[in-house]
Ligand binder design. Structure first.
Ligand code: FAD
Length: 474
């Protein structure tokens, strides 16, 4: 009996229990193993998957095909339009290759979960393995058996469970057959944007992880908030596609810093916490499917009357708000497909609070640009910033872009990199752009071609607190 490994958000051969299970099944039943990837451009467009992320996926599917060929496994690619086309195409494929069992990693998003549930209901022999997180969704629960709604107790419980388990990544399977010939290039027929500025492959991800742990993780706590520094791992594009697993990351941290789970003074503690944030948001997505459906986690958020000014939104998207820290961040996103975490918080706060634009607009724009676009983390980050989320930032806390700018880019070197037209300005002017009157919105650009601030900070702050007080309980 033959088996199939269906790759989705786990584009790797190492630490892939579903792949190992597919190989074991074929071995036990003296059958062959095949592998499959399904391209669904229309579905991806509906999910706002960024063209740069699609290119990154395509590169990884090609690399995966090569790694699998060395193991004697052929990777096929099916080009469909929608998830709903999967049943017919997959059934034909299984029949054609005489396949009796399909193995895949489970995914946390609602459309993906519905697709899988329907396939199983329709008789597809699909076996889902929990390999998306270190601990499976549902395994980290409070005394009532429910998912935590606050990060700190979730992290505490996550650590206490993890402490009692050996976190051991699974080795890549041994070859199941003689190596196959070099596979032909796989080309996705959809809108793509080059991701070449990012290294690709499992080997690259592993090298980045090793290098980060060897020389940067101990400084992470102090450097992670400064966008001009290379203070964070930049592993997010790889984690988003599953080129490296969170288990591989956690296991590697714990090998070097075995105390990190229990000792608050461990140099690796802060970075480990970020990996736990990733798990928190993914577990939330499973526990609260409405998060996948563009709904406020806090239903009081439904009462917010957003301004949703299209021109202001467009200025934010294009990095023309007149606040250099916001604009440099948006230009980093537009030019590279990635944005530093501190800046994601700054621009999300600016859009939802200073401009009172619905967080869903920003979430969508991020998805359309990000190489690391990930529904769980993106939705979590946006709802946290807007104050509508689970364990969100309080609605009355409004980031001051001037303070954020001087604190986290003190010599303005990050800002100058992305806004060269203001490089000759004094550091003070860069951090504190001159205010304009509300009636002077979209004032003529100044003589360096850089716009004046789109909105006055103090007024915007008070206006945000008033409008977002819809989130006040009682
Ligand atoms: P590091 O600081 O090195 O952290 C290591 C890993 O931990 C990251 O690669 C990521 O997988 C995870 N992680 C770190 N911070 C967070 C966090 N706050 N929430 C969840 N996971 C985290 N992250 C995405 O991967 N995809 C997104 O679409 C995304 N959208 C975001 C939107 C907003 C508004 C905000 C505030 C944050 C968003 N994040 C998102 C989280 C975070 O900004 C990125 O994960 C981080 O900047 C990636 O850089 P890094 O790999 O160098 O992270």
């Amino acid at each position: 009996m033959n088996s199939l490994m269906w790759f989705r958000q786990d584009l790797r051969v190492a630490d892939n229990p579903a792949l190992v299970a597919a190989c074991e099944f074929a071995k036990q039943h003296q059958g062959n193993v095949r592998a499959l990837y399904i391209v669904t451009p229309q579905q991806w467009a509906q999910h706002d998957v960024a063209p740069i992320q699609i290119d990154f996926i395509e590169r990884h599917v090609n690399l995966l095909a090569q790694s699998l060929a060395a193991l004697g496994i052929a990777l096929d690619v099916l080009h469909l339009h929608w998830f709903s086309d999967t049943h017919a195409a997959l059934s034909d494929y299984l029949q054609q290759h005489n396949i009796s069992a399909v193995f895949a990693g489970s995914e946390p998003e609602i459309n993906e979960r519905r697709r899988d549930a329907l396939l199983i209901e329709q008789g597809v022999p699909l076996r889902l393995l929990e390999q998306d997180c270190v601990l499976a969704a549902g395994d980290v629960s409070n005394l009532s058996g429910d998912m935590y709604k606050v990060f700190t107790p979730f992290a505490k419980k996550w650590k206490s469970i993890t402490c009692q388990r050996a976190i051991l990544p699974v080795a890549a399977p041994a070859p199941v057959a003689p190596a196959l010939a070099q596979p032909e290039a796989i080309v996705f027929e959809c809108n793509k944007r080059s991701s070449e500025q990012w290294a690709a492959g499992e080997g690259a991800a592993k090298r980045i992880l090793d290098q980060f742990l060897a020389s940067q993780v101990a400084d992470y706590q102090n450097e992670r908030d400064f966008p001009a520094l290379e203070g964070t791992s930049r592993l997010s594009p790889f984690l988003a596609l599953g080129v490296i697993s969170s288990r591989q990351c956690v296991a590697a941290v714990l090998t070097r810093y075995p105390e990190a789970l229990v000792d608050d003074t461990s140099p690796a503690k802060t970075w480990l916490n970020e990996l736990i944030w990733r798990e928190f948001y993914r577990h939330l997505l499973v526990a609260f499917p409405r998060l996948s459906m563009a709904q406020n986690f806090n239903e009081l958020g439904d009462g917010i009357v957003w301004r949703n000014n299209l021109e202001e939104f467009q200025a934010w998207c294009e990095g023309r708000t007149g606040y250099p820290i916001v604009d440099a961040a948006m230009r980093q996103l537009n030019q590279t497909g990635w944005m530093h975490n501190r800046l994601r918080m700054v621009v999300a706060s600016f859009l939802t609070k200073h401009l009172l634009v619905d967080w869903r607009w920003g979430e969508r724009y991020f998805r359309q640009q990000l190489i690391d676009g990930d529904l769980a983390a993106n939705n979590g980050g946006w709802q946290w910033s807007a104050g509508t989320g689970c364990d969100a930032q309080p609605y009355f806390r409004v980031f001051n872009p001037m303070t954020q700018s001087s604190k986290f880019d003190p010599d303005a070197s990050f800002i100058k990199r992305y806004i060269p037209e203001i490089a000759s300005w004094s550091i003070k002017d860069i951090h504190e752009p001159k205010s304009v009157n509300m009636h002077d919105l979209f004032a003529q650009p100044d003589n360096q071609g850089y716009p004046k601030p789109i909105v006055e900070h103090k007024m915007a702050r008070l206006r945000a607190i008033e409008v977002l007080s819809a989130l006040k309980r009682g």
